[in-house]
Design a protein. Structure first.
Length: 519
């Protein structure tokens, strides 16, 4: 293990044997396993290390929450109270103040001095990072390994390396960007929003209301207008209106308008100008949100409308390889709950078909039942389906109920991979009921993404979208990339869910434009 600290032109390094002031050449000579305070604040690119241990990312696994600054990381590793925000030190702030250097970066009470980053020798900061890594590793190993048949590294350590890899991947995603056809995007946006003509965009809907007594941008006004057309709904959310698309042509017109309005207000010409350069769409990435631990991104990278997917296009000589985990959250539930009957269903290509047989219902109703179980829906058809799931898969449902009850009682809990979920994050039991599944799915996804990143011979991971990976690879490397996605998933699931009998699957497609991939 080599701990690395970069401050301006200074490079501090530390191993178990010694610490020293070196250079980036030393890092390049030993790039396999690096310890960093933060991948996002350590300028390593264009060097792409194979593995890093990101102290901030691992801290969030162990202790939950959103903070990952060195002061908080150090305090938690030494079982000290979390410092106030003003006591953290900025990793990228290399300007020295006029204050004289002090004797030690560690204060008398054991906390980090708030000026440590400015005045401590870089090799000393690297040595401190290495010591924190050891404490984090010990803390992770003290947590029980949840696998029924443990094999390979302790699962908590797998999570630490995967979370760290996600933090490093975020740096690369920000730098590399998503291949983007800017010319096609401007043309498509113009078509969708009628060249930014608001009146032209509104006209197809307003023709159904010749009296002009509706404000399309006011949900209450829209609901009242629909009621006058015989469509009585409690709210006007798009998923609610979909059921009424065939009931009256105004609904179809309204749903179409909403897509155009979203593009106009969020993904229009200003958005392109702000976030697209050099044929790449770029935004800020975070390896984990403050809740269950999903990767997040800005600039619309995680919420790009389907209408704009045609403009995500491979460059000449390259292709996009898209892989989407199939039915991942139900499969994760089967693995982490230890429900053998549910795991038997998850061993099939399509999990919902054997569930439908078990419940004695058709496949669409079986899907509703599984989703109702994971999200705790208790009303209407979902409630009835949930009761059927209770009878057919009692172990999985008991696992979910226990998580929900922990949330209601304000008790923290941990995911399969070890991430601490603070019960107060969601405020209600239903949050923790789903978070133990969603969080575990995020851990599996990151471990898979890390394996794919390290296995690529050329090309890059250019998007991590919840359960979906998008690769940009040379055309002649596409077959190898497809094989890698499948083999990496099999190997990742093999140690992550060992002994569960659950099978994880991915739908993989090689395309020129993101929109060409189905699903």
């Amino acid at each position: 293990m080599l701990a690395v600290v970069v401050r301006g032109s200074e490079v501090g390094l530390a191993t178990a044997e010694r610490s020293w002031s070196g250079s980036m050449a030393d890092v390049e000579a030993s790039p396999d396993r690096l310890v960093l305070w933060s991948a996002g604040s350590t300028p390593l690119l264009p060097l792409r290390p194979r593995q890093v241990w990101d102290l901030g990312a691992v801290h969030k696994v162990l202790h939950g929450g959103r903070r990952d600054d060195p002061a908080a990381v150090w305090a938690a590793a030494h079982e000290l109270p979390a410092p106030a925000r003003g006591d953290d030190f900025a990793l990228l702030d290399s300007a020295l103040s006029a204050v004289e250097p002090y004797a030690s970066p560690v204060r008398a009470d054991g906390s980090l001095h708030p000026e440590a980053w400015r005045f401590a020798a870089v090799e000393e900061l690297a040595a401190l990072a290495l010591s924190v890594q050891g404490r984090q590793r010990d803390a992770l190993l003290a947590l029980p390994d949840p696998r029924a048949v443990p094999s390979g590294p302790h699962l908590r350590l797998v999570t630490a390396w995967a979370e760290s890899a996600a933090a490093l991947l975020c740096v690369e995603l920000e730098r590399d960007g998503l291949p983007f056809d800017e010319e096609a995007a401007r043309a498509l946006v113009g078509t969708l929003i009628h060249a930014d003509d608001r009146a032209a965009r509104d006209a197809p809907v307003l023709r159904f209301f010749p009296d002009g007594d509706v404000d399309l941008r006011n949900p209450l006004s829209v609901r009242d207008a629909l009621r006058r057309k015989g469509i009585d709904v409690p709210d006007t959310r798009s998923h609610r209106l979909e059921a009424y698309r065939m009931a009256h042509p105004v609904v179809d017109a309204l749903l179409t308008w909403r897509k155009a309005e979203r593009v106009a207000t969020t993904y229009g010409y200003d958005w392109i100008a702000a976030h697209v350069s050099g044929g790449r769409l770029r935004g800020e990435w975070a390896a984990a949100d403050g809740g269950a631990g999903r990767m997040t991104a800005s600039a619309g990278l995680h919420s790009l409308p389907a209408e704009l997917r045609p403009v995500v296009a491979a460059e000449p000589g390259f292709v996009l390889v898209r892989a989407d985990l199939g039915q991942v959250e139900p499969r994760v539930l089967a693995a982490v709950s230890g429900d053998r009957a549910f795991a038997a269903a998850a061993a099939q290509d399509d999990l919902y078909t054997p569930v439908a047989t078990m419940l004695g219902v058709d496949r669409p109703r079986a899907k509703v039942a599984v989703l109702a179980a994971m999200y705790g829906q208790t009303s209407g058809a979902a409630g009835q389906a949930l009761r059927q799931m209770e009878q057919a898969y009692p172990v999985a449902l008991a696992f979910l109920r226990a998580a929900e009850e922990s949330g209601r009682l304000g008790q923290d809990l941990r995911t399969h991979g070890g991430r601490l979920i603070r019960a107060g994050t969601g405020g209600v039991g239903r949050y923790t009921r789903n978070a133990v599944v969603q969080g575990a799915a995020a851990e599996l996804f990151k471990a898979w993404a890390a394996a794919v990143r390290n296995g690529l011979r050329s090309g890059r991971v250019v998007l991590c979208l919840h359960d979906e990976l998008l690769l940009h690879v040379p055309s002649d490397e596409a077959p190898a990339a497809v094989d890698l996605l499948h083999t990496a998933l099999a190997s990742t699931a093999g140690h992550w869910a060992s002994g569960s009998g659950v099978r994880f699957v991915a739908d993989v497609a090689v395309v020129s434009r993101w929109s060409d991939a189905k699903g």
